[in-house]
Design a protein around this ligand. Structure first.
Ligand code: ASP
Length: 598
């Protein structure tokens, strides 16, 4: 190897290098033969260089070149020369030159590939093998241009985060990954203890308690690019382990955490994508977000706001609207500009399916025709609304628009169902600019939510968030009305980060535990170490944890975090590459004092 060690990478050579003798190391990306000449595209992480084995080459070299197969790992020694004008490839940074091979050494052969690296269809679109095959051969999948790009981007994002936070005076501090199990929220992954039969460590769902303890220790600005583990059912785009940019600060209020996060995002986007973000992100209260977009994760790349149509219960004679309003619910409306013609009855029925998934009883609709001065309602439930003008002015609709409604005795249900229809329309109509980044803060979340199945209050975010001061007196008497000092950062319809100002008073922490039913011995056993620490001069503190996977995913224009995690599990929490999770030896189980049932 010493003699064939690379002197340049496959992305380096330019016209100015003509005449140099170089050694390249890389993989056979493509190979073609043309009139006795062998053309090889040699690839490494830095790019692709064309290697040519000329007709005049010694027979041994020609024969060796002929025997090279895709993804062989090789070393090539040769002279850099200019490509003939007709062969210049302006799409390739190295496209003006080629290397005329003098010597080739096979460093490692490759078997027939399960899929080609960077294969494209005739129209130039990429051929994407099925997911399990990609994951089974992830080390090959990671050779593709897409995965090389995303992996590099992930590195640069993490680096920009570190640089920014270091400049702001943060310390990167590691917290343990074997911790005490305190399940609340998701299920813990457990690690059995060999030395203590029947006892378990848990893998952290987040470094939450440790970062709070670091605040008690006086490390007033902490961060960690932290792996988190949550044992949740396969649902959506979840991974059993994922990465958060976890941070915490002392002596701060909400505004400080929001400003710091905005600064960090601005730095990361500028450094890695060259994109300038607004100095401040817009804000919505939780209530406004639900009311206007039907979700606390609105995609603000497009407008399309839900409107309140409850007044229509009076304007028209539609019984469902009247019933919903009488029962204390609401009528929500979505005016889709210019969509009257494009949306057939069948297409609207399809949208109704989406609304029903979110518990709507239907998706009544009307189309606006006529003129601005004299609008007419057509189709759907129009016969119940003789006064078209009143409907249009109440909802701000005009001829050519489609109006969709969800009414329900629960305003929350009406908003959520129509919000889902809004998101669906955003996708179907391509309303969101794929290159845009629309950040929004959602603030003033409720601190507690009612768990229907267990008939008890639970923390909406986690148990350590501060109730807003004006709600302290009703903490126990009316938990549902208590707002928290909580904030989420949403990007393009995805929850990118959650955070809060924390409780640092042991007595208040105990009150919050007790609202969710954690009292006495249980509170002491689970969280005694935290409330004890708070008795020794705990500073006021707060923090946030943006998801690194989601951030890189959105920056890369992907829709799954699997595309930006080097070795993810599949949707069923399985790794098809190393077949994990897997059974273990009986001896291992015995040592751990475990037996598998069934
Ligand atoms: N630890 C929290 C979470 O994982 C984030 C935070 O509040 O900082 O959701």
């Amino acid at each position: 190897m010493e003699t064939m060690k690379r002197t340049v990478t496959c992305g380096a050579l330019r016209r100015g290098d003509v005449g140099r003798t170089v050694i390249l190391n890389g993989w056979i990306h493509r190979k073609r033969e043309h009139g006795g000449i062998v053309f090889i595209n040699l690839r490494d992480r830095y790019g692709v260089t064309q290697v040519v084995v000329d007709q005049e080459s010694p027979q041994s070299l020609t024969e060796l070149a002929a025997g090279l197969r895709m993804e062989y790992c090789v070393a090539v020694e040769g002279a850099v020369r200019e490509r003939p004008a007709s062969m210049v490839n302006p799409d390739m940074p190295t496209g003006e030159v080629e290397v005329s091979a003098r010597n080739i050494a096979v460093l490692s052969a490759s078997e027939t590939l399960p899929f080609m690296i960077d294969e494209v269809n005739k129209d130039g679109s990429p051929v994407v093998p099925n997911e399990d095959l990609r994951l089974q051969y992830r080390y090959l999948d990671l050779r593709t241009g897409r995965m090389q790009h995303h992996t590099a981007l992930r590195h640069r994002v993490a680096l920009a985060v570190r640089t920014f936070l270091d400049k702001q005076g943060f310390f990167e501090i590691e917290t343990p990954t074997f911790i005490k199990s305190t399940p609340e929220g998701a299920r813990d992954y457990l690690v059995p203890s060999r030395l203590y039969p029947g006892k378990f460590y848990a893998l952290p769902q987040s470094p939450q308690l440790y970062k709070q303890l670091l605040m008690v220790s006086g490390f007033d600005k902490y961060f960690q690019i932290a792996r988190c583990y949550r044992d949740e059912d396969a649902r959506g785009d979840r991974q059993p382990e994922f990465t958060q940019i976890d941070l915490e600060m002392s002596f701060v209020g909400r505004e400080d955490v929001l400003a710091l996060t905005e600064g960090m995002m601005a730095h990361v986007f500028k450094e890695t994508l060259g994109v300038t973000l607004p100095a401040q992100f817009p804000r919505l209260t939780y209530e406004d977000a639900i009311d206007r977009y039907g979700t606390d994760k609105p995609d603000l790349r497009f407008a399309l706001e839900l409107r309140d149509g409850s007044a229509l219960a009076e304007t028209g004679t539609f019984a469902a609207f009247k019933d919903a309003v009488t029962a204390g619910g609401a009528v929500k409306a979505l005016v889709v500009p210019g969509a009257a013609e494009a949306y057939s009855r069948k297409k609207i029925e399809d949208l109704e399916g989406t609304a029903r998934v979110y518990k709507a009883k239907g998706l009544p609709w009307v189309k606006v025709a006529g003129t601005g001065a004299a609008p007419v309602l057509e189709g759907g439930v129009s016969k119940f609304f003789p006064d078209a003008g009143a409907v249009c002015s109440a909802l701000g609709a005009k001829p050519g628009d489609l109006i969709l409604f969800v009414s329900d005795s629960s305003k929350k249900t009406a908003c959520a169902a129509l919000g889902a229809v809004r998101s669906r329309l955003g996708k179907d109509l391509g309303l969101a600019d794929p290159a845009a980044f629309a950040f929004v803060w959602i603030i003033d979340f409720p601190l507690f939510q009612w768990n229907e199945d267990e008939a008890r209050w639970e923390a909406a975010h986690h148990l350590f968030s501060m109730p807003q001061e004006h709600c302290l007196s009703t903490l126990e008497s009316d938990p549902g009305s208590v707002k928290g000092d909580l904030y989420d950062l949403v990007l393009n319809g995805y929850e990118l980060a959650s955070g809060s100002i924390r409780i640092h008073d042991p007595a208040l922490q105990k009150r919050v535990f007790s609202v969710v039913g954690i009292t006495g011995e249980e509170a002491e056993a689970k969280f005694g170490f935290l409330t004890r620490a708070f008795k020794y001069g705990a500073p006021p503190h707060g923090g946030i944890a943006p998801g690194l996977d989601r951030l890189v995913m959105l920056m890369a224009g992907e829709t799954s975090i699997k595309e930006v995690i080097p070795f993810p599990k599949n949707t069923f929490a399985v790794s098809p590459m190393d077949d994990c999770p897997s059974e273990v030896d009986r001896k291992q189980l015995e040592e751990l004092h475990l037996a598998v049932r069934g």
